[in-house]
Design a protein around this ligand. Structure first.
Ligand code: GLC
Length: 751
């Protein structure tokens, strides 16, 4: 029986709870009230104006065009893209709030993807950190810096699951795994939006590109995606759900079609899934001209038809094309679109503007400088670069380097401050970039530097001799190779993902000197290394590491920091294997060593059915070069003593999995302990394994710790072919280990 004082306390708590609910309800109603009061005053033209996201060039010089200012004055524009001149932003906003019919403030947007001025590693690199704090801090810094320019809306995070390294935009993606991508999505949204949407440093986030953009056939950007409904829900949806659950205020539609319907015109997607299933209550924006691109898609006959389709699908705001501006009034007059439909779109946009408190605070506060390149920002960018860097090979533990050794720095990415920033880094100032050469110089390292190739695609061998000469008078070669920034990102897919230009030739020539070679790659995607991996002694993947990349790499190379990255995407031997991903299906004839005969080992005249009849390539086999989740550190870890709290799980009882991890090396280091689960039998076939947890451990030499994971029925649920979300009784395998291709194994039964 509860005593009297407890009862009083409990009733007080309940009372407070009810008040807060009522208050919260009131605040939600207050916004709804404000929206409807404002809309009651708006003309049809003004309502259509709010749907208009006008693109401008960030390179506009001189004065703003009068016509543009007049359009704002007439309430014909709701938002701008790429106005990167503070006085232009202030001038346009002043016209909007003081001279337009109802003073509705403008939204200013920009692609702030992995930093604004201080550039962080590209998103695929940030994903390699598997660190939500890194993700959140990178987007918080970006928001603080960008909002000082008047930007309050970023077109990020990009959440497209990417399984094909040929695709240029894998560089911007969270990688191939929905669980990791969902963790990152939440962190990015929290970082961009901050604690309050009304804070002047808050950028409203934009979960993009909804949906299935990464499934473009052949990795060819903008291309056709064919995704069955359960794959869409189980693989492509989770990061978007996570972003929306975290409060993302906008969603951007993808350029591509999914199963014959362009995303910008798909009502099942934009209304059925986004609004009804995921409960999204912000606004949807098209991607650049993606509404009128439904014409070349062959889905709209003309711009007016495209506008009608998009509005009926539930697409609120049109980016850069003007089909709404030109045809919406006519569509309404013809009864093809109703005022009610228009009001729904406008209300979604105004609701967000009210949430941001833009009506009260439309301007950038005077004192808000953005702390561009603040030491703290640079420190976070360096930390992110260290945590994103993946050590793929380290023969004879040649890394970390001995500081007394003379190094030869060679390669086209060793001193390229602009390339190092990677794709989508428009506002990053290359003069702030710390390249490897800058870092080695700053640290007074003894080194020789010859590029050998002037840029990543350079095919000329004219400087090879100079490069070989410095290699011969050094103890070790550090080859900084990879891709210029332009070789990944939007519209920049590659069919051959090996090192461009004559980099392989130069590496082979340097290998002839007999000097040990460390290959440090700066690129926007995994690079096929099959031709040269045996020529080098160590391989580091730095992605495009951003402003502080050189400093991060210096510290990693000399052991002052440990490379913290693990692959967020499968690293193939050759593009011919793509798409290749760890969470694949088993098939009826899964590949296995006993059934595989390499092309060079097939006897001449072999009888047709004499080879293994399983799913593999005769030449490239069936395994990647490096698996999802892989990455080395500077020490060694041993896993032992895998224990399960039970061999049975029910809806009500979760499982605890424990494993002992020991640092068996001779220096302190970190490992990323990963938990994978396999559902052995399902009403649709299930992946051979799925990431369901990860934890980073840091241990002194000889120390050990017990790592614990909880698995509940929620972790096992999936969408089957009739889109029932659940889990069937049956056997499950689990693995706990350092990456997806190994680990201690156990099993349990769900009943
Ligand atoms: C681009 C991209 C999109 C970006 C938008 C605005 O085409 O697809 O990701 O946010 O246009 O720049």
């Amino acid at each position: 029986m509860m005593n009297k004082s407890k009862l009083t306390a409990m009733s007080l708590v309940i009372a407070l709870f009810l008040v807060s609910c009522a208050k919260n309800k009131v605040s939600i109603d207050k916004t709804t009230q404000k929206v409807s009061q404002l809309m009651a005053k708006m003309t049809l033209e003004e309502k259509i104006g709010q749907l208009n996201l006008r693109g401008t060039s960030s390179r506009v010089k001189g004065a703003l065009p009068e016509a543009l200012k007049q359009a704002v004055r007439d309430g014909k524009i709701g938002a701008f893209l790429n106005v990167m001149n503070k006085s232009f932003v202030a001038e346009l906003q002043k016209i909007a709030v003081e001279e337009s019919p109802n003073g509705i403030p403008l939204l200013f947007s920009r692609d702030v993807i992995h930093g604004f001025k201080t550039i962080f590693p590209i998103p695929l690199g940030l994903a390699a950190s598997w660190d939500v704090e890194v993700a959140e801090s990178s987007s918080r810094v970006a928001a603080i810096e960008a909002s000082s320019y008047g930007v309050r809306w970023t077109f990020a995070p990009m959440l497209d699951i990417a399984r094909d390294s040929r695709w240029g935009r894998i560089a911007e993606s969270p990688g191939e795994d929905p669980f990791l991508a969902a963790q990152l999505a939440k962190a990015y949204v929290n970082g961009f939006q901050g604690d309050r949407l009304s804070d002047p440093t808050s950028l409203i986030a934009c979960a993009k590109h909804f949906i299935g953009y990464g499934a473009a056939i052949g990795g060819r950007d903008y291309n056709t995606a064919t995704i069955n409904k359960e794959l869409l829900q189980n693989i492509y949806m989770p990061p978007f759900k996570a972003a929306i659950d975290a409060g993302a205020q906008t969603v951007m539609t993808a350029f591509n079609e999914i199963n014959g319907i362009p995303a910008s015109g798909d009502k099942k997607l934009l209304t059925g899934i986004l609004r009804k299933q995921l409960g999204f209550d912000g606004f949807v924006v098209s991607d650049w001209n993606s509404i009128t691109e439904m014409i070349p898609h062959g889905f709209a006959a003309n711009e007016k038809h495209a506008a009608e389709i998009a509005i009926n699908a539930g697409l609120d705001m049109e980016m850069t094309s003007a089909s709404y501006e030109k045809h919406l009034k006519e569509l309404i007059n013809e009864g093809k679109i109703t005022i009610k439909q228009l009001d729904f779109l406008v209300a979604n946009i105004l609701r967000v503007k009210f949430r941001m408190n833009l009506f009260e605070n439309p301007f950038v506060p005077e004192e808000h400088t953005g702390n561009l390149y603040a030491p703290k920002h640079l420190e976070l960018a360096k930390k992110a670069a260290i945590k994103s860097t993946v050590l793929l090979k380290n023969n004879n533990n040649m890394l970390p380097l001995n500081k007394t050794r003379t190094v030869a720095i060679i390669g086209p990415l060793a001193n390229k401050p602009r390339e190092q920033l990677g794709t989508w880094s428009f506002d990053g100032d290359k003069n702030h970039t710390v390249t490897p050469v800058t870092a080695f110089t700053k640290e007074n390292r003894s080194f020789h530097f010859v590029e050998g190739l002037n840029y990543s695609r350079d095919r000329s061998s004219k400087n090879f001799k100079k490069a070989i000469a410095v290699a011969e008078k050094s103890d070790v070669v550090l080859f900084f190779g990879g891709e210029e920034a332009i070789l990944s990102g939007e519209a920049h897919s590659r069919a051959d993902i090996s090192l461009p230009g004559a980099q392989e030739q130069l590496i082979k020539a340097l290998a002839k000197t007999g000097k040990p070679i460390v290959l440090i790659i700066m690129a926007g995607r995994p690079i096929s290394l099959s031709n040269i991996i045996h020529e080098v002694d160590a391989v580091i993947m730095a992605w495009h590491p951003g402003t502080m990349g050189g400093s991060a790499l210096h510290d990693i190379l000399y052991g002052d920091a440990e490379p913290g990255g693990r692959l967020p995407v499968t690293w193939v031997k050759t593009a011919g294997q793509l798409p290749l991903f760890y969470n694949h299906k088993n098939t009826g004839r899964p590949a296995k060593p006993s059934e595989f005969v390499h092309i060079d080992s097939i006897p001449i005249g072999a009888w047709q059915s004499s080879l293994g009849n399983t799913s593999h390539y005769l030449d490239a086999g069936y395994t990647p070069h490096f698996p999802f989740g892989y990455g080395l550190g500077y020490t060694k870890f041993a896993y032992s003593n895998l224990k399960m709290s039970s061999k049975k799980m029910t809806d009500k009882e979760s499982l605890t999995v424990r494993v002992t991890v020991k640092n068996t090396g001779d220096r302190t280091g970190e490992d990323l302990v990963q938990l994978y689960v396999q559902d052995l039998v399902g009403s649709i076939t299930r992946p051979v394994k799925e990431l369901k947890g990860f934890q980073r451990v840091s241990l002194e030499p000889g120390a050990q710790t017990e790592v614990e994971f909880k698995i509940s029925v929620e972790d096992l649920k999936y969408y089957n072919s009739d889109l029932t979300y659940g889990v069937e009784p049956g056997e499950f395998n689990i693995w706990v280990g350092p990456h997806s291709a190994t680990g201690l194994k156990s099993s349990f039964r769900y009943e």
